[in-house]
Design a protein around this ligand. Structure first.
Ligand code: FHN
Length: 474
């Protein structure tokens, strides 16, 4: 088919969200098909959740980054390739996957106490091993000493704890004989057709076998082979959403017919939210991200997703650093997905338990500033981040940097007045406020806890409407 490419006028400014400004428009057939941002209940829930747990678990958790006495510093889930381990040797790890300490109820309890509202687990990572008993492969949990469907136990435990479950699925598959990095000849084409069929079968299997699943998180979709199959991924996403209405899908799944990923060739987001922020956050002053749904996925060490025995080979982020990232994401309309790499025996390492406990303690006091919150539409100040709850109209200041003056600047929008400021844990007592111009104020608490980030709630009145700060202004 001859592709017609329309070079049109420069796009001025698209008010529609999910659109990145580009200089020319193309005819795109396999791009976005939902109006964005989605406003259905499932998507609203995804957005309100704000904080999620990522879990990378597979055979790579057994060697934990160490092979034949040598420690490999690259990501533990890539050990097969870092240590050049043969397929046969790697696949035999399934015989050692006995996971005698696996206790999904305990995992769910740890997650719940940390304050997450959703979880995303690797059902199949690049190694190809499936955590569920798949009809379409022998390389799965059924053929390990554990034998049982660990994914069913996982879904049950997390669902019972009130945590939404999402499945990560890597299309890239080092184990499957038909995986191709590119399609260069007929043989590749035929093989990749089989891989596509396998992929589709497994995904249909996942959403039907586990109807509780709320979302799919695709990965391993960057190779040319997948990028040359825009129509297939376009139809597959539709099909999965028909089977499982409300399903929330990340932007990594699809490529348009020109091979553009995440955003189609006109800059329109594909999938339901952008999932390009991996181990990084947007610039705190980036306004563009405010217009769409997005998620940042983050490791605790620098670049380890799967369990690595040597936790100290890189910088390990402290709970305070991670809390700051969570608050920043919320303030910029994003979700924060924090990764855990359970051990080969099914236990959660003590360092991760500690991180979960400390974040959880903070969340217990301050989660009102996170759940259901988003950008406040106020100019960012150096002390930290504003978040805002559209339903209550409350604005939250989460403070990470204390000014030496002891005064916390707040700049409102024209037509607003600051009525009250109080600590989140003592809302009855008003903090001192000094107005310094028509829009600027200082909040001056007598005493602050400088060891922990703390939250101040602001009541901001819009003079004209007589209502509290209602929605995020940009
Ligand atoms: O290669 C993977 C990596 O192991 C991990 O799963 C991350 C999570 O976003 N995704 C890939 C790299 O983009």
């Amino acid at each position: 088919m001859k592709r017609t490419i329309f070079y049109l006028v420069l796009i001025l400014a698209f008010a529609t969200t999910g659109i990145v400004q580009t200089s020319a428009q193309k005819e795109v057939k396999y791009g976005q098909y939902n109006g964005l941002p989605r406003q259905d209940q499932a998507m609203k829930k995804w957005r309100e959740n704000r904080f999620g747990q990522f879990i990378h678990w597979g055979l790579y958790a057994i060697p934990g980054g160490v092979w034949e006495g040598k420690t490999y510093s690259y990501a533990a889930e890539f050990l097969k390739s870092s240590a050049k381990i043969s397929d046969e040797t790697w696949d035999a790890l399934a015989n050692d996957f006995s996971i005698e300490k696996y206790d999904p109820k305990e995992w769910a309890k740890i997650a719940k106490n940390m304050g997450v509202k959703y979880v995303t687990i690797t059902t199949k990572h690049h190694e190809g091993f499936c955590l569920w008993p798949s009809e379409y492969t022998e390389f799965d949990i059924e053929n390990t000493p554990y034998k049982k469907d660990l994914l069913r136990e996982f879904v049950d435990a997390y669902t019972a704890a009130g945590i939404d479950v999402n499945f990560y699925y890597s299309v890239l598959d080092w184990h499957h004989p038909d995986w191709r990095y590119d399609i260069e000849n007929t043989e590749d084409e035929v093989a990749f057709e089989r891989l596509k069929e396998y992929t589709q079968n497994q995904l249909v299997e996942l959403v039907t076998r586990y109807p509780e699943v709320k979302g799919l998180w695709f990965d391993g979709t960057w190779d040319k082979s997948w990028k040359k199959n825009g129509l297939f991924s376009y139809e597959l996403e539709k099909m999965l959403k028909d089977i499982s209405p409300g399903l929330v899908v990340n932007s990594r799944m699809r490529a348009d017919e020109y091979g553009a990923r995440h955003f189609d060739s006109n800059g329109i987001l594909m999938g339901d939210y952008e999932s390009g922020y991996e181990r990084r956050l947007p610039d705190p002053n980036n306004k563009e991200v405010l217009t769409r749904d997005w998620e940042c996925c983050m490791t605790i060490p620098e670049n380890q997703w799967g369990y690595h025995k040597d936790w100290t080979i890189s910088h390990v982020k402290s709970p305070l650093e991670l809390i700051e990232m969570l608050v920043q994401c919320t303030s910029q309309n994003g979700n924060f997905l924090l990764n855990f790499g359970p051990m080969g025996n099914g236990d959660i390492r003590k360092e991760e338990r500690e991180v979960a406990k400390e974040i959880g303690a903070w969340m217990k006091q301050n989660s009102e500033a996170i759940y259901g919150c988003g950008p406040a539409g106020l100019v960012k100040q150096d002390w930290g981040f504003y978040t805002h709850n559209d339903k209550t109209g409350k604005v939250f200041m989460t403070v990470f940097n204390n000014p030496v003056s002891g005064k916390y600047r707040v700049r409102l929008n024209k037509g607003q007045t600051l009525q009250k400021a109080s600590f989140i844990n003592n809302q009855k007592e008003a903090l001192k406020i000094e107005q310094i111009s028509s829009t600027d104020y200082f909040v001056v608490p007598e005493k602050v806890n400088s060891q922990q980030p703390f939250v101040i709630i602001l009541e901001i009145l819009n003079k004209e409407s007589g209502k509290f700060h209602q929605k995020a202004l940009t």
